[in-house]
Design a binder for this molecule. Structure first.
Ligand SMILES: [Zn+2]
Length: 391
């Protein structure tokens, strides 16, 4: 069960002076390259899915693949929503299996950013999911074209960072100290003095977006000043793109598999280089020992109905599936009818929670309370309800 609590993972990195890569994936080639690199280097790793990339792939399908890959890994893995654009995005990501979410309200003024972030932190915390906030503005978007989306870099101020973390309760903070998303011309100048002050004031894992193009020395200085997560995408996309152009040039008639041949090898080499450079290589076993395993809980109800009205029961189940599956922290809702006619209990619910904490937040959620009071309990008098931790 190598999915682990991302808060524990990054706290381990923070306390032990290294950084974990948050590698954005846009296809199975990325996913396989990231995890095979992590296995080869015995490194903890974060699979990152950026909302700005959802136009290139189906988020739901990519989550299924990411989770399946994480579960069969032998190194600790977390799955993170990168640059979530809204409260609804964060809920959807958590319900699909992300165990870390980033709120990007950094385009808002301070008060607006705090308000949006507070709401998401409150919801995510009730699901056991840590939140990354961002303060200041890292120009560009996740991608290869930062120079086309320049904007203005807005540096994170020390005072605002302290107030923001206190008021929102975010677990990690993405700071803006001179990096940009995507490719850059030349080596960026980073404000390490500012970073050092932020780190001394906050004492929580810091995150850098726009890792592509930094020198080895810059990475070392970032990490020695509290950076525990580095978002990395553009260099991987460039490595893949370069291989694909070479493949196409070598054989003008090659098809899809001919064009993508070898891109995983090139991405894996770059990811492994980062893992060595950032110090996460070799930390897998220590993180597995220090981090909570990320385990779902099965909320099981078996019941009988007091009224022999099949249509009423079917309508109740249908409505339950619809409303309960939208509650934060609910992975899936399955209803059942006994195969054997004479079963002691004729009907079942299997509701999967992302984390043990959801047992309480689900019970208190107004959507659940309404459904249970108005539709379920009035007809399901005879029932048993138990929560099981997956083992
Ligand atoms: Zn970013």
């Amino acid at each position: 069960m190598p999915l682990v609590n991302m808060r524990d993972m990054l706290n381990h990195a923070y306390q032990n002076g290294y950084a974990v890569g948050g590698f954005d994936l846009v296809s199975l080639d990325f996913l396989e390259a990231i995890l095979s690199a992590a296995e080869a280097r015995r490194a903890p790793v974060i699979l990152s899915l950026a909302e700005s990339h959802f136009e290139y792939y189906d988020f739901e399908l990519a989550m299924s693949a990411s989770e399946a890959a994480a579960r069969r890994a032998t190194v600790p893995v977390a799955i993170h929503l990168d640059h979530g654009a809204s409260f609804e995005s964060a809920v959807k990501a958590i319900n699909l299996g992300c165990n870390g979410v980033m709120v990007d309200a950094s385009h808002e003024a301070f008060a607006g950013n705090v308000g949006i972030t507070q709401r998401i932190v409150h919801m995510a915390r009730a699901c056991g999911v840590p939140v990354e906030g961002e303060l200041g503005y890292v120009a560009g978007v996740e991608g290869e074209d930062a120079e086309k989306h320049p904007g203005e870099v807005v540096y994170t101020s020390v005072e605002e960072a302290e107030a923001y973390v206190q008021q929102t309760g975010v677990d990690f903070l993405a700071v803006s100290i001179g990096t940009v998303h995507g490719r850059m011309k030349g080596e960026p100048a980073l404000d390490f003095e500012r970073l050092q002050m932020i780190n001394e004031r906050l004492g929580i894992p810091l995150v850098i977006h726009g890792g592509t193009g930094l020198s080895d020395d810059q990475f070392h200085k970032l990490i020695s000043n509290g950076v525990s997560k580095i978002n990395y995408y553009t260099a991987l996309a460039d490595a893949a793109g370069s291989r694909m152009r070479n493949n196409a040039a070598a054989d003008g008639r090659c098809g899809y598999t001919g064009i993508v041949k070898g891109i995983q090898d090139d991405m894996r080499a770059e990811i492994q280089r980062c893992m060595e450079l950032w110090g996460s290589a070799g930390q897998a076993d220590a993180v597995l020992g220090a981090a909570e395993a990320w385990q779902p809980v099965q909320h099981v109800i078996i019941y009988n109905v007091n009224r022999e009205d099949d249509a009423l029961v079917a309508a109740m189940m249908h409505e339950g599936k619809r409303v309960l599956s939208g509650i934060p922290g609910v992975r899936r809702v399955i209803t059942g009818t006994a195969v054997q006619g004479g079963a002691k209990y004729q009907y079942s619910w299997l509701i999967e929670f992302v984390h043990e904490k959801v047992i309480d937040s689900y019970r208190a959620d107004p959507v659940h309370v309404d459904f249970a009071d108005m539709l379920f309990r009035p007809i399901a008098g005879d029932r048993i309800s138990i929560d099981y931790l997956e083992s």
